[in-house]
Design a protein around this ligand. Structure first.
Ligand code: ATP
Ligand code: MG
Length: 258
């Protein structure tokens, strides 16, 4: 696994707080859409980031992944300010599965997984074995699809590949944006149970953005609900699950929850 305790410029040794933000304002072109965000994710913990469309969930993930500069406040990811260096964060063990899955339709399943390990690592026998082991361990159904261009895969198979590619990097922190979007509940459950297993077995931290609130709260340890860019509710997943009324009103206009 990638060592989260390596320090570098602008970094402190990472403690259990894999993500720590304080008073974070995040947004686009200097205009904040997320304000006053105090977020904490520890090793081995699954944290759900919930909220209605436009609440600022993707903006938050992009900022934590170093794809958007923070506007105000403190952000530490694995002990470092993300800055605008997503590749450095990736090397330190941060993986992001974006909303659109970030796959290349013309590349095969095997090619995606090789790229995830880095060309040289993947070409070494150990690297190839590791990629195959990750597939066999989590998504054996991808084995027969290794030489298929991913544009020909079903939505569920593509999402399995996107998650598998992220897991092949042995992340310390995995951030997933709308994993279950457009998927049958059975496939969504399957993917979420893989995340739960890896979080427990390898102490991987997971920040899970999910529209399907109840699915997310089945696997999450804790959750934050964003509305109009501010946290309006947070707590243990069991607390959020047991307070459906509060949770519903934390959503814009008390939208019915799926
Ligand atoms: N590139 C951009 N430039 C300017 N504004 C943006 C940009 N991307 C998003 N926004 C705005 O920021 C706000 C938050 O968007 P964001 O995508 O973070 O919400 P979200 O919670 O992920 O929503 P959804 O559930 O629909 O994915 C929205 O008002 C959106 O219009
Ligand atoms: Mg989004």
């Amino acid at each position: 696994m990638t060592d989260p305790n390596v320090t570098g410029r602008g970094c402190s040794a990472a403690g259990p707080g894999v993500i720590e933000t304080s008073g974070l304002a995040a947004g686009h072109a200097g205009l904040p859409v997320v304000r006053n965000l105090d977020l904490r994710v520890r090793r081995g913990e699954i944290v759900a980031l919930l909220g209605p469309n436009g609440a600022g969930k993707t903006t938050t993930l992009m900022t934590l992944a170093g794809l958007l500069p923070p506007i105000r406040g403190q952000v530490r990811v694995l002990g470092c300010a993300p800055g605008r260096h997503p590749h450095r964060l990736a090397r330190r063990g941060v993986a992001l599965v974006p909303e659109d899955r970030g796959l290349f339709p013309g590349l095969t399943v095997a090619e995606h997984l090789r790229l995830a390990r880095g060309r040289e690592a993947a070409n070494r026998a150990g690297g190839r074995r590791r990629v195959v082991a990750v597939v066999d361990e989590h998504f054996p159904e991808l084995r027969r699809l290794m030489n298929q261009p991913c544009g020909l895969l079903s939505g569920g198979e593509q999402q399995m590949l996107a998650v598998c590619r992220a897991l092949a990097t042995d992340p310390v922190l995995l951030m997933v944006d709308e994993m279950s979007l457009g998927l049958a509940p059975k496939v969504a459950h399957r993917l979420l149970s893989v995340l739960r297993r890896v979080a427990v077995e390898r102490e991987m931290a997971v920040l899970l953005v999910e529209q399907h609130v109840h699915l997310a709260l089945e696997v999450a340890d804790r959750g934050y609900v964003l509305s109009h860019g501010e946290v309006v509710m947070q707590g243990q997943a069991s607390y959020l699950r047991d307070n459906r009324g509060l949770l519903a009103s934390a959503y814009l206009g008390g939208t019915a929850l799926t």
